[in-house]
Design a protein around this ligand. Sequence first.
Ligand code: NA7
Length: 535
Amino acid sequence: SETVESVDVDVVVVGAGFGGLYALHRLRSDGKSVRLFEAGGGIGGVWYWNRYPGARCDVESVDYSYSFDEDLQQEWNWSEKYATQPEILRYVDHVATRFDLYRDISLNTRVEQIALDEDTLTWTVRTDTGETVTARWVVLALGPLSNSNIPAIDGINDFAGPVLHTGQWPHEQVDFTGQRVGVIGTGSSGIQSIPEIAKQADHLTVFQRTANYSIPAGNRPLSDADRAAQKADYAERRRLSMASGGGSPHMAYPKNTLDATEQERQAAYEERWELGGVLFSKTFPDQLTSLDANVPAREFWESKVRAVIDDPEVAADLIPSDHPIGTKRICTDSGYFETYNRDNVELVNLRKAPIERIDATGVVTADGRHHDIDVLVLATGFDAMTGSVAKIDIVGRGGRTLNDEWAAGPRTYLGLGIAGFPNLFNLTGPGSPSVLANMVLHSELHVDWISDAIAHVDDSGSVGFEARAEAVDEWVDECRRRAEGSLMVQANSWYLGANIPGRPRVFMPFVGGFGAYGDIIAKVAANDYEGFQLL
Ligand code: NA7
């Protein structure tokens, strides 16, 4: 269309996490008018909601922070190697205040519908507060891990005590003193909260369905000297991160696993173990592509973990046997496995005796046991990657909804464009490295690309921008091919939607690496946005 209709704002951004906040800042700096809607009562996205004890980022704080402003990154002082949830919220508030973001943010406002006017190529955004706003562009910054998964366990609503999901944690302090607590789930959230709950509770029962890999975080306070060294080298640190597999400045060992000697291998694993956390999954470049390369890493991990668990039977339950190491996100812990040495902690292996039902006073397992509980904690994760997008009624060309379009699995071009949904961008979602990368740098990468794309549309005198259907087909194939070439498809993970009954099994993130992905989208932009059409 050649007609430029008047709109209320140039851009609506949905979600005030790291991605949405930077989208607001960047697009407003480009001269656009922007409104940001946020369902929560505050900004920060996952860090607003996930207030459970022990909640921390598993990416180093110096890396998990914005790079777009040199003064910002020089002035902010992180207190620990891995930031706690409250410290990250303080940082987010600092950024929002410093860049005057709050004035364009509407909190406590859930977007319910986003509908395209095909004649004018504008979007009408409706909220649960009754507001209707029209915009040329929409940026979805909903977060890939924001829609809590409440499992449909028989009788869960009959439980008489509090039921707390880690991703919807109460704002007031929860005190477990004197309580018998049950935790269902041993992903990152369970593994972070279990040691903290165990210290407080009278008794803790952990219900584990799938045993999980976790690596000690090696968390520690940062000294002035640490911070000074990091900041002196920040530019290089960022450069390495942007080129890396996952958005952190640490490179894999320069040889493949089986080309290294046994001695080199052990030294490399040991070094990564000392570094701490998720990066262990990429000690060697082939660790997530070759089972032969994965096995020695797994064996190293197992020997370390067995050494800290007193009871060999408990250890046997805690050692995963059903998926290669790193094919579900490796967890990062502080004293997780040691927690099972405590007298007040019991591990229930649901593979041996699944949960049958929950009643008013506890959990009944298939071996006939009744586990008495006063407080139930659900660390059961999220309807990941597409769950929050699916909650909004997004209506594109021909009245077709995004939920129809994605019924058999999400389909995007570069993760950024969706055929039939012009002028709408989805941040850090399916088809991009997304949850496999540092989400702060990934958000910046996406927002900067979108900002350039919008400028390109403006410069060409067009009013719209849409992914071509063929480009979507090719990208979906490319992502599938790459996933199948890795070990990542060998775990029943939320990357595949495997944790949500009824979801199609499609590996959603792009596994080719964060740096490689950045190169691909930059090349597309340099090539006149090939695969997109100007409207
Ligand atoms: P995750 O990683 O999805 O973990 C959820 C856990 O809950 C996992 O152990 C699940 O077992 C378990 N779960 C889910 N449903 C059930 C039922 N019905 N019964 C028993 N156990 C269940 O979520 P997190 O919040 O820990 O972490 C998400 C990401 O946030 C993390 O990767 C980081 O990137 C940050 P399963 O493995 O499915 O058998």
